[in-house]
Ligand binder design. Structure first.
Ligand code: GLY
Ligand code: MN
Ligand code: MN
Length: 443
């Protein structure tokens, strides 16, 4: 990615800091998987957003102080003996040039941090996520307090950086939109591939393998989250990731999977029949979720908000469940009671970005006319994902039992509405059936 993007983001954050302040952002650390092997490294999202540097064990210090660099990176030094075992390191010298900031060795962390805090009016850091750093800062602040007689001074304010970075990350810049558009396309094609590969008797993890294969072949080495492939009643488990069952003819399979591309998540759900043809009950429930998804998507435009989108989906779901006899009673009462929540057990969607459940407030204090809801503005990216889950034993006719449907797309809010970044994967029933029939015909 072009480095000017990160320089611009840093400048934007620095401009919002109180005078004479520093902001501290720590890189992620490697996590042990077992004994001496690690999980694949994933950079901390804020650290990546402001640095574009993908190594562990680093600290980014941003400042608006006249006597301190605007952006300073502390990173691991070059070490040929370590690098031959564990991989290349950029090192402070190359980091300065490549990342366009002042870079020094991580071994200087204690003294650099002390200098950064000494004389600053406020220090910003992510208080909830960066607790080790917080402890270190508190220790240094205590030391500064003890040395006030010799002229040192501790910051008088410790401020949560999370809110500032979240506000900035909530509105995607052109660079992010381009990446997310591509992540949506790769993920959409992966879902198509899973539909084409699906046959009764194959295992859920084999569909997962098709999806991961497609991600990696197209430049997205990892998924953004553990893929969910739930057939039959496994679909009723929202975060089912065992993916261990053989898929049975006559069942639906619910897939929730998206790739991570240059740090950015896609998040798509599709539900389709294992043997390629929806039964009457499956079709009725599926069409209802699809209608609700269209209604919710249509409500995504500037000035709208998650409450409006939720209301649009709940109206359709409640009317439909009443029509199918799954809910009984008066429509107005069922709507008032939010009766559909018995089967629609999660929210309508969430912000999407570097984190799959991305940062950004859902409620705000202002402006009052939005009743506390965060109003959509161009550049926001969110998911729309209504679902219905009817586990066995639910108070309905047994013919509905064990059915689960979720349909999820990723929408960019634009000046005149929205762009569906994941539209390429079919969701109309006849389009899915056609796609699967063509794949089956090739057997
Ligand atoms: N894949 C997680 C979600 O849909 O929110
Ligand atoms: Mn999802
Ligand atoms: Mn989602």
């Amino acid at each position: 990615m072009n480095n000017s993007v990160f320089v611009r983001r840093r400048a934007q954050l620095i401009a919002t800091l109180q005078p004479d302040s520093v902001a501290l952002i720590r890189a992620a650390t490697e996590q042990t998987r077992s004994r001496d092997t690690e999980y694949p490294f994933r950079q901390h999202s804020d650290f990546w957003y402001y640095s574009g540097f993908n190594e562990p064990d680093a600290l980014l210090i941003l400042s608006n102080r006249a006597d301190f660099p605007a952006a300073q990176l502390l990173c691991r030094e070059k070490d040929p003996a370590q690098e031959v075992w564990h991989g290349r390191r950029l090192g402070p010298q190359a980091a300065s040039e490549t990342l366009q900031l002042h870079a020094t060795a991580l071994s200087e962390q204690e003294s650099v941090l002390y200098q950064a805090l000494n004389g600053s009016s406020a220090v910003y850091l992510n208080l909830a996520e960066q607790t080790d750093l917080l402890q270190q800062v508190i220790g240094q602040m205590q030391l500064l307090k003890q040395r006030e007689k010799r002229g040192d001074s501790a910051p008088s304010q410790l401020i949560d950086l999370a809110q500032l970075s979240a506000e900035q990350r909530l509105i995607k810049d052109d660079n992010e939109i381009a990446i997310m558009r591509q992540a949506g396309q790769i993920s959409a094609q992966a879902h198509i591939r899973a539909m084409q590969y699906c046959r009764p008797g194959r295992f859920e993890y084999q569909l997962e393998a098709e999806i991961l294969h497609h991600f990696a072949l197209n430049g997205a080495r990892y998924p953004a989250y553990n893929s969910i492939v739930g057939s039959g009643n496994n679909g009723c488990i929202l975060h089912y990731t065992d993916n261990s069952s053989a898929m049975a003819a006559g069942d639906l399979v619910l897939i929730d999977a998206g790739c991570e591309l240059q740090g950015y998540a896609a998040d798509i759900s599709r539900t389709f029949p294992v043997s390629g043809k929806f039964s009457d009950e499956q079709g009725a429930l599926y069409q209802l979720v699809l209608d609700a998804q269209y209604a919710a998507c249509n409500a995504v435009k500037p000035g709208s908000d998650f409450a409006a989108v939720t209301a649009a989906a709940e109206q359709v779901l409640t009317e439909g469940l009443l029509g199918l006899g799954i809910l009984q009673g008066e429509l107005s009462q069922l709507l008032a009671d939010k009766a559909c929540k018995q089967y629609f057990i999660h929210g309508i969607g969430h912000w999407l970005g570097l984190d799959v459940h991305d940062v950004g407030a859902y409620k705000v204090q202002q402006p009052k006319q939005h009743k506390g809801e965060q109003a959509f503005v161009p550049g926001m990216v969110l998911t729309i994902e209504p679902g219905l889950y009817i586990p066995a034993g639910s108070p309905t006719e047994p013919r509905w039992w064990d059915l689960a449907v979720r349909i999820e797309d990723n929408l960019l809010v634009t000046a005149d509405g929205h762009e569906n970044l994941t539209a390429a994967v079919p969701k109309e029933m006849n389009a899915i059936e056609q796609l699967m029939a063509m794949a089956n015909a090739r057997d």
